[in-house]
Structures are given as C-alpha cells and as structure tokens.
Design a protein around this ligand. Structure first.
Ligand SMILES: *Cc1c(COP(=O)(O)O)cnc(C)c1O
Length: 380
C-alpha cells in the first residue's frame, strides 16, 4: 500500500521553473535581492493585498527579524498551541514568552485571557492564526491599543486568507508568513513579513543583511536571512497555481466534512463568517468518551497513513521550556493537544484516499465498536 503522509508538496510545471533558471544563468545573479527577488516581493505584496512586504530566506528568521526590528523587550504574550518557531523567535530576541490559553473553538489565542497576563514589562502580543484560522483580530487590537502593545501575527499557516475581503497580513503591526515546502504556497524554504509602517522596511532589510546599510556602513548587529534567486524563482512559478490548488484542497475538505461531521465525539473546524479559507490543514479533535487520539493515529499508521499530532507536545511542555513553564496553566490548549490530529491534506490527495481514511476512522469509532460488540453478543 502506498504511504500517505500528512502533506506533500505540489510540484509546479518543471519547464516553467527551468525557464526561470535560464534567466538566472544569464544574469549570473544568484542572491542579494536580484531581479527574481524583487519581482516576487512585488507580486506577493499585491497578492496578499498588503502595504509592504519584505522577503526572507525562511519564515522563522522573518519572525526573529521583525521582533528585533520592532525593538521588543521584556515580556511577550503568545500561545503555546503552535510550532516551535513562534516561541523560539521571542526567546532568541531576549524576550520572555508569557503563554496565554486558547479559545476552545478556534484554537487561537483567547482574548479574554490576555489582559490578566499584561504587566508593566509586556511589550507585545504574538498570536498565531493556527491552521489558517483567523484570530480574534478585533479584540486583540482593542487590548493592544489600550495597553500600548505591539501585535505581530504568526501567519505562517494563513497565506492567502482574507477577512471580509481584507488580506490577513494587514492586521496588527506586522505578520509573518512562511513559504516552506510544506505550506500552501512555497519558495522551497522562504518567508516574508508584511506591515503597514513604511519605516520598518529599512530595519528589516538591514536585519536580513548583516546590518549593512551602505558599502562602508554597518548600522546594526544583523544576520543573514536573504531569500536567494532560486527560491524566488520557485515562488514565481508557484504563485499562479495558488487558486487551482486551493480549489482542490477545498474539495478534499468538503469530502472529509461529509464523512466525518456526523461521527459522534469528533469535532471538526467550523467555518468562520467572512473568512476565505486557504484550507491549509484539516484538524480533527477526538473529544468524545471512548476515543483515543493516539490509538487512532497508530491505527492509521498501521495502514500506512501518517497523520500528525499537530500540536503535541505544547511548546510550554518542550524539554527546553518545561523547567520554567507548564501546560497546566493553559488547560484548554493542554486538552486539545491530547485530542487533536491533522489528517492528510494536499492538493494531489485523491478523494478515494479521503474515503479510505474516513472509513478507517469510522471503523475505530467507540460508537461503531460498541455496536459490533452488541451484534456479536446477539449472534452468540
Ligand atoms: C512553518 C511555521 C513557522 C516557521 O516557518 P519556516 O518557514 O519553516 O521557518 C513558524 N510558525 C508556524 C506556526 C509554522 O507553522
């Protein structure tokens, strides 16, 4: 049986990519903000409908850079229900993460829990549009305004998402996107920061290029986080495929929903009003009595279907953080982390495979097992 992984990169037309490569060969300009880099930055800024966009070699360094560029200090309120990168970016900037619990329905930062975590050391809030689900951006903005805090969104999952027609990257002071090969749009590895304040542009350009501002001037202690021409070329050929791939993902999500929505004890994502989703992930929460998330994951793996316990463990339980933090203080996130898996979702996933995956899950539903037991009892 073929292996089905949680995600698989959709490859673009190879000829389109080699055409881009020919240009690179002719120019012999491989990196340092070349022609492809500039073209992609401009196309993405239009596509995401943002004011300004700066490209990076990956999403993580984009996030580290914007935290540095905004001069954040002290405490930063964030969510433990995310990928390691979010918290690491805060800590590597010398700030102290303060974990806020999540909303039980959207899995994003619970705005009603934020204010009690604010101290006179708090400088910012770093929420995550986890699975591409939009945070309560209005409530977060109100709190940030009231307490004079910066807001930086980790929008690594939210490429292409819009809220009432407005680009997701326009909320807060800045947003970070990841263009990693496993994300809905990729530049192999890559990332970007979007923002409205034009003065951030210089600080970000400086940060990603060693702090160099001129041939004889180095103004700050930056690092190297530039996107190269090959990455940008990949982005240029992938971007036109976004809508096609999104439609395929939507069909897969619809097929999953049709099969799983009536399964007792299983919770699926609900559609957010006004949000145009990118269908980045398909999280399923096995919350009902009798369900065992780990057993479901093992059962699927025994059929060569590899789901992910995304996100387990929680960041506040990581070995590198658990001496200081604990998921006990974020009980909603802690429960979710023990119940959730993300099912395979990528544009090339066949609908027959979706059916097979759903059939396997139905087969181990506590409801179904009970029925089998009682029929057995009856026949014996
Ligand atoms: C992928 C991801 C990142 C990091 O992006 P890279 O491009 O892999 O460096 C950060 N945060 C979240 C939530 C992610 O999923």
């Amino acid at each position: 049986m073929k292996k089905i992984r949680v995600t698989q990169t959709t490859m673009p037309d190879m000829k389109a990519f080699t055409d881009e490569l020919l240009d690179i060969w002719k120019s012999s300009h491989l990196t340092n903000m070349g022609e492809k880099h500039e073209k992609l930055a401009s196309q993405l800024n239009d596509f995401l409908d943002t004011d300004h966009l700066t490209l990076f070699t990956n999403g993580h360094l984009a996030l580290e850079s914007v935290i540095a560029a905004l001069n954040l200090t002290g405490e930063v309120i964030t969510t433990p229900f995310t990928f390691a990168s979010t918290t690491h970016a805060i800590v590597r900037n010398g700030c102290v993460p303060v974990f806020c619990d999540i909303d039980p329905d959207t899995y994003t930062m619970d705005p009603t829990q934020i204010e009690k975590l604010i101290t006179d050391k708090t400088s910012a809030i770093v929420p995550v549009h986890v699975y591409g689900t939009v945070c309560d951006v209005e409530a977060i903005e109100r709190i940030a305004r009231k307490h004079n805090l910066k807001v930086i969104y980790d929008a690594a999952h939210a490429f292409g998402v819009t809220v009432n027609g407005r680009g997701i990257g326009t909320f807060g002071d800045a947003s970070m996107f990841s263009f990693h090969a496993t994300k809905v749009f990729n530049t192999i590895e890559g990332g970007g920061v979007t923002y409205s304040d034009p003065t951030l542009s210089k600080a970000l350009d400086c940060m990603k290029n060693f702090g160099i501002t001129g041939t004889e001037t180095v103004e700050s202690i930056g690092f190297n986080a530039k996107m190269n021409e090959f990455q940008a070329a990949m982005g240029l050929v992938n971007l036109p495929n976004y809508e096609r791939d999104r439609a395929k993902r939507e069909a897969i999500v619809t097929a999953y929903n049709d099969r799983l929505q009536n399964l007792p004890g299983v919770k699926l994502m609900t559609k957010q009003v006004g949000v145009r989703s990118n269908y980045a992930y398909y999280p399923v929460v096995f919350e009902g009595e009798g369900w065992d998330r780990d057993a479901v994951a093992d059962w699927l793996a025994s059929h060569d279907i590899y789901v992910r316990k995304y996100f387990y463990p929680l960041v506040n339980d990581f070995d590198c953080y658990k001496s200081v933090y604990s998921s006990r203080f974020t009980p909603v996130a802690r429960r979710l982390a023990s119940q959730v898996v993300t099912l395979p979702l990528y544009s090339e996933l066949a609908l027959e495979d979706v059916d097979r995956i759903c059939g396997l899950i139905e087969a181990v539903s506590p409801h179904q097992l009970k029925r089998e037991e009682s029929t057995q009892a009856y026949t014996v």
